[in-house]
Design a protein around this ligand. Structure first.
Ligand SMILES: [Zn+2]
Ligand SMILES: [Zn+2]
Length: 260
């Protein structure tokens, strides 16, 4: 019902009785008039009830004042300005993306992480489900391939320094770096996307696990990573060293594993 008009006056001679003619309008646009009789307080209550009557937004269902609905073609304020709801988490999104979809950036990244992990067959969803052996094998294979690309692209160059840097937490991050005998430094992870792509399934799986944890669980998860990742990376590094990283190394070449 939309409150249209209310006219009334207090009859002072009759116990302050109030007679009011109230006109309402139903949703279908029909008018309906009636007489409300009572003491002024009740009359105000009735008027306020009419004024504050709420209806659902036709797009999102949020309860809004009839006046707002009337002003916005049935929509709440945000919906009338083009806002929508995230297709993933259901919370308000103020602007649709380029393809017209309402989705938070973080929600779309989360979906992507899930897709990448699913496509690679990694189904870890809790910290205790991580297959550390598979993670070690994956990091070793990806890092080995990266060093092989460095060797292929830099034939006949001697390397005097090899560093494998890695990250703990926020997914999987490995940076194989070399310094050539002429002093040129190369961070192979920045050279092409292949290492990133190779590690992405593991990266996504670990980030996804981390996202689903509350603060306390996240702290425990970081502790778990801090205890499991360094020995894993030692193992990867020793395996790489056995093959001289597949590189042409100078005599007495420095080989370092470090956390970044
Ligand atoms: Zn709405
Ligand atoms: Zn969302």
């Amino acid at each position: 019902m939309i409150f249209k008009s209310i006219k009334g006056k207090v009859d002072e001679t009759n116990d302050n009785l109030l007679r009011a003619r109230i006109t309402e309008e139903s949703g279908a646009g029909k008018s309906h008039a009636g007489i409300c009789e009572g003491v002024p307080g009740n009359w105000r209550t009735y008027r306020n009830r009419l004024k504050n009557m709420r209806v659902p937004c036709t797009k999102c269902g949020t309860e809004i004042l009839e006046a707002t609905a009337k002003a916005n073609d049935g929509l709440c304020g945000p919906c009338s300005r083009g806002a929508g709801f995230c297709v993933v988490c259901g919370k308000r999104v103020w602007v649709a993306n380029k393809t017209g979809e309402y989705i938070h950036i973080n929600c779309s990244l989360k979906i992507r992480d899930e897709e990448v992990a699913a496509a690679s067959g990694i189904s870890w969803s809790r910290p205790n489900e991580i297959d550390w052996d598979a993670l070690g094998d994956g990091i070793l294979a990806a890092t080995q391939r990266c060093f092989t690309r460095v060797a292929d692209a830099n034939q006949n160059r001697i390397i005097k320094d090899v560093v494998v840097a890695y990250r703990i937490g926020e997914g999987v991050g490995v940076e194989p770096c070399v310094t050539f005998s002429d002093g040129e430094y190369l961070n192979a992870s920045l050279d092409d996307d292949s290492l990133f792509n190779d590690l992405e399934p593991f990266d996504s799986a670990i980030i996804r696990i981390e996202e689903d944890l509350d603060d306390e669980q996240r702290e425990q998860f970081i502790e778990l990573l801090e205890s499991r990742v360094p020995p894993l990376m030692e193992w990867v590094f020793e395996a790489l060293k056995r093959s001289n990283f597949g590189l042409d190394l100078a005599e007495g070449c420095n080989k370092t594993l470090k956390v970044f």
